[in-house]
Design a protein around this ligand. Structure first.
Ligand code: C2E
Ligand code: CA
Ligand code: CA
Length: 570
């Protein structure tokens, strides 16, 4: 079986071109080739089809190799270009490589030809897949995969841009936040798939109802946002009515009419906030007020702030909870996909509230961040987890323990010293600990993140980037961070068994991370298919309900002894 290859030969001598072609055929290639020896002919050949590789003589009567190289590189930086020449001198050759030639081969030494081709084709392929992966990840960072709409990052960027370029006068604009009423019930009744279809239809109706210059974004779940320039103060109300009108008619989901209602909250720039965060927060407060009053649509007013309810009451109790040890840690194993054994445990905090029962971290981490309580909370988590880690090591388990840090922790300049102190007190080993920090937290203040990570790294603690794929992925920046691992966000992993586009995202993330020398953990592995698939994709480790849910340390002792992923110490 010969290997097809498309070769463009820039060469004045038909005989020399034939020699090349024969050499290719002898080595098992089946070349489709064309010989050209003028710029016009070369341009025409490049227009006619794509070539996999270009060979070029250095000196020709009507054309110079250097010009041919320039002509090619102006059109395509990636196609391998190899000089094949009888005359090229060492200096000229070096110069040619500098200008973008991939290699040069002497006509009387064609032995080097085939290895050079193989290498160049392989490298061109790697450049292509690398570029593709970068593109996918860039896209992922700014667009919502379900609806194709801009995501929260993109919206944030646009808001910031509009505010910055609006100048001092501050060109007015409105931010509308909306979410579907009772989406959870709808989702549970219709099933997730139909819920997704509904969200897609909502997205396209919104876009259809608005001007192309207005930005419609999906923020996640059933939350959408619209950002629009204002010309008069009544504009925002008009738009909100237009949106309500557009969503009034029932949606047809697999032939079934589904009616949905929305609550819309509006905040105006510059009246209600001077930056994206405060605008978002106030639109959110207005939306919440719209929901509780059943108003459908509300413009932010200061009195709405009072309505932001239970969350605030809880904060008062959180300080107490930390002191009275109402907090506890569950641990979730991390499994190596190479050995099929546990290699780490992630500590996840819970709040055992005397009245409200079990409160998940999603409900108190964020308020703890806003109020500064995150500091004592993190200190408690770190201390408790590292002691547990030590207990496991004394029992003979070699795995690492991971602790989650939040964005605010990075602002805490005392943290590295404090953590080092806690470790010293108990004689814990820093290299057995790993800190997880979300991509979003890092990108919120990259300079500070780099500093904090570098200082903690210096103690010997390793880092992992959490929820990868949901934040700004400035890859150039990631390369600079002294991190060891990324964790692909569970939103991409959960549907892998059903959704090929998620597989594609996961695959490119793995390839890219490996190219940067990082290990990859997939979280949210809920079934065997996904587990097996990840192994085949070369992913290093996995976490998820399929192998183990987060559980108290006591229960893990049993899990370690009995689970197929556990470790038998005897
Ligand atoms: P995370 O760091 O991404 O943690 C993983 C979350 O995914 C956990 O939720 C875990 O229970 C859940 N999970 C694990 N496997 C699966 C699966 O197969 N399917 C699904 N659907 N979910 C899975 P949890 O414990 O509710 O924690 C939520 C978030 O709260 C964490 O997300 C983390 O960002 C934060 N968090 C938890 N503990 C701490 C902490 O001590 N400090 C800080 N700063 N944040 C914490
Ligand atoms: Ca985590
Ligand atoms: Ca995560």
């Amino acid at each position: 079986m010969s290997i097809p290859i498309r070769v463009l030969i820039v060469e004045d001598s038909e005989d020399d071109a034939m020699l090349l072609v024969q050499e290719l055929r002898r080595e098992g290639y089946d070349p489709t080739y064309e010989r050209v020896d003028t710029p016009e002919a070369m341009t025409a050949a490049l227009d006619r089809q794509t070539w996999e590789i270009v060979f070029c003589d250095y000196t020709m009567p009507h054309y110079s190799g250097t010009s041919a190289l320039k002509l090619l590189r102006a059109r395509d930086p990636d196609i391998p270009f190899i000089f094949v020449s009888g005359t090229i001198g060492e200096d000229a050759a070096v110069e040619a490589m500098k200008n973008g030639a991939n290699d040069y081969i002497m006509k009387d030494n064609l032995k080097r030809l085939i290895p050079a081709i193989k290498r160049e084709l392989r490298e061109a392929e790697m450049r292509r897949s690398h570029a593709l992966a970068e593109e996918t990840i860039q896209h992922m960072a700014f667009y919502d995969t379900l609806t194709g709409l801009p995501n929260r990052n993109m919206l944030y960027d646009r808001l910031l841009n509009a505010i910055r370029t609006g100048g001092d006068k501050g060109r007015p604009m409105a931010l509308l936040l909306m979410d579907l009423d009772h989406f959870k019930e709808i989702n549970d009744t219709l099933g997730h798939h139909r819920g997704d279809v509904l969200l897609q239809q909502v997205g396209s109706r919104l876009q259809g109802a608005l001007r192309p210059t207005d930005i419609v974004a999906r923020l996640g779940g059933d939350e959408f946002a619209v950002m629009l320039p204002l010309s008069g103060s009544g504009d925002a109300a008009l738009v909100a009515k237009k949106i309500q009108k557009a969503l009034e008619l029932p949606f047809m989901i697999e032939g079934l009419p589904v009616a949905v209602e929305f609550s819309i909250g509006v905040a105006l720039y510059p009246d209600h906030g001077a930056n994206p965060d405060s605008l978002m927060q106030r639109a959110d407060v207005a939306m919440y007020a719209a929901k509780t009053t059943g108003e459908g649509y509300l413009l932010y007013e200061a009195r709405h702030d009072r309505h932001s309810p239970r969350r605030l009451a809880l904060i008062g109790e959180l300080r107490w909870a930390i002191e009275r040890s109402q907090l506890l840690l569950h641990y979730q194993p991390k499994i190596s996909l190479k050995t099929g054994r546990v290699i780490g445990m992630e500590a996840l905090v819970r709040w055992q509230h005397p009245e409200h029962g079990f409160i998940p971290p999603d409900q108190f981490i964020e308020p703890a961040e806003r109020t500064g309580l995150i500091k004592p909370l993190t200190r408690w988590v770190f201390d408790t987890a590292q002691k547990q880690c030590l207990t496991w090591h004394r029992a003979g388990y070699e795995f690492t323990t991971s602790i989650n840090l939040s964005a605010r922790n990075l602002h805490d300049t005392q943290l590295p010293d404090e953590l080092a102190g806690l470790l010293r007190e108990c004689g814990g080993r820093p290299d057995r600990l790993q800190l997880e920090i979300t991509e979003t937290a890092i990108m919120a203040d990259p300079a500070r993140a780099l500093e904090a990570i570098t200082r903690l790294r210096a103690i010997g603690i390793r880092f992992s980037i959490d929820d990868f794929g949901t934040g700004y992925s400035s890859l150039g920046y990631l390369k600079k961070l002294p991190v060891d691992e990324i964790k692909i966000d569970r939103s991409f992993v959960i549907n892998m068994a059903k959704d090929p586009s998620d597989v594609m995202i996961v695959r490119s993330t793995i390839d890219l991370a490996h190219n940067l020398g990082l290990k990859v953990v997939a979280e949210g592995v809920e079934n065997k298919e996904t587990y097996d698939r990840l192994g085949k994709l070369g992913c290093d480790a996995a976490q998820g309900y399929y192998m183990a849910r987060p559980m108290p340390a006591e229960n893990l002792t049993r899990w370690l002894a009995e689970s197929p992923w556990g470790l038998n110490l005897r």
